[in-house]
Design a protein around this ligand. Structure first.
Ligand code: PGA
Length: 240
């Protein structure tokens, strides 16, 4: 089955480096899987030529107005971008984005037919306190509050345990499978649909194949392993 492979480049690369990165990856990754690049927004236009799908790393929730420095869902959509990443732990933890703001952002995107990659996941502390299930449920219920069931088909969930991001630590295969099952159950009970769920957190050459073969994993969200373009191309070759 075709998997979603979302590549979150975060706040990396100066202009020259980005040009070099694009030279290396353009035409090198097959479209057997759905590849989505999420570069810094100023580079989105450069990526357009590559033909890969694109996502914005952040978005505001209103369409226009005096919100200096923000990008609106309609700007992103009409510019030809397919996805917006919402709820990433960097935004939740470093920029104090709460469930309410995340919910508004998701609604703003869906109103503009912009697809959403909606990130959820527990911190190390929450895991230690055995609050993972509660946290995930709260993030899902609050994040998707008031959204029409039909619009939910444009939302892909990305489960990323925060302690796993950039740390080299991942959940075991059976634990990933259980987490995905748990998330699917919450959404199914609440909305009666089968969501697409990605896994993220330290995906690399060693674990990519096994993670993508876990039951019901619709794809992956990758950070660090997407930063070296040669490494990325050879990693994605493995799952062609
Ligand atoms: P990582 O990042 O692959 O470096 O763990 C994933 C993410 O932040 O989305």
């Amino acid at each position: 089955m075709r998997k979603i492979i979302a590549l979150n480049l975060k706040m990396n690369f100066d202009y020259e480096e980005m040009n070099h990165y694009l030279d290396v990856v353009t035409n090198k990754i097959s479209d057997k899987n759905e590849i989505i690049f999420l570069p810094s927004s100023i580079y989105l236009s450069m990526f357009k030529k590559s033909g890969y799908k694109l996502g914005a790393q952040n978005v505001y929730y209103l369409d226009k107005g005096s919100f200096t420095g923000e990008l609106s869902p309609s700007q992103i959509k009409t510019f030809g971008i397919d996805y917006a990443l919402i709820g990433h732990s960097n935004r939740r933890l470093l920029f104090n984005e709460d469930d309410h703001l995340i919910n508004s952002k998701i609604k703003g995107c869906l109103k503009n037919n912009l697809k959403v990659i909606f990130c959820i996941g527990e911190t190390e502390e929450e895991k230690r306190l055995r609050k993972t299930a509660l946290v995930i449920e709260r993030q899902i219920i609050n994040g998707l509050k008031g959204i029409d069931i039909e619009a939910l088909t444009d939302v892909v969930i990305a489960y990323e345990p925060v302690w796993s991001i950039g740390s080299g630590k991942t959940l075991s295969g059976p634990d990933i499978e259980d987490s995905i099952k748990y998330i699917a159950k919450i959404i199914n009970k609440e909305y009666g649909i089968e969501p697409k769920i990605l896994y993220g957190g330290s995906v690399n050459k060693t674990n990519i194949k096994s993670i993508l073969s876990i039951n019901n994993v619709a794809g992956i969200l990758v950070g660090t392993s997407a930063l070296d373009p040669h490494y990325l191309v050879s990693m994605l070759d493995m799952v062609d």
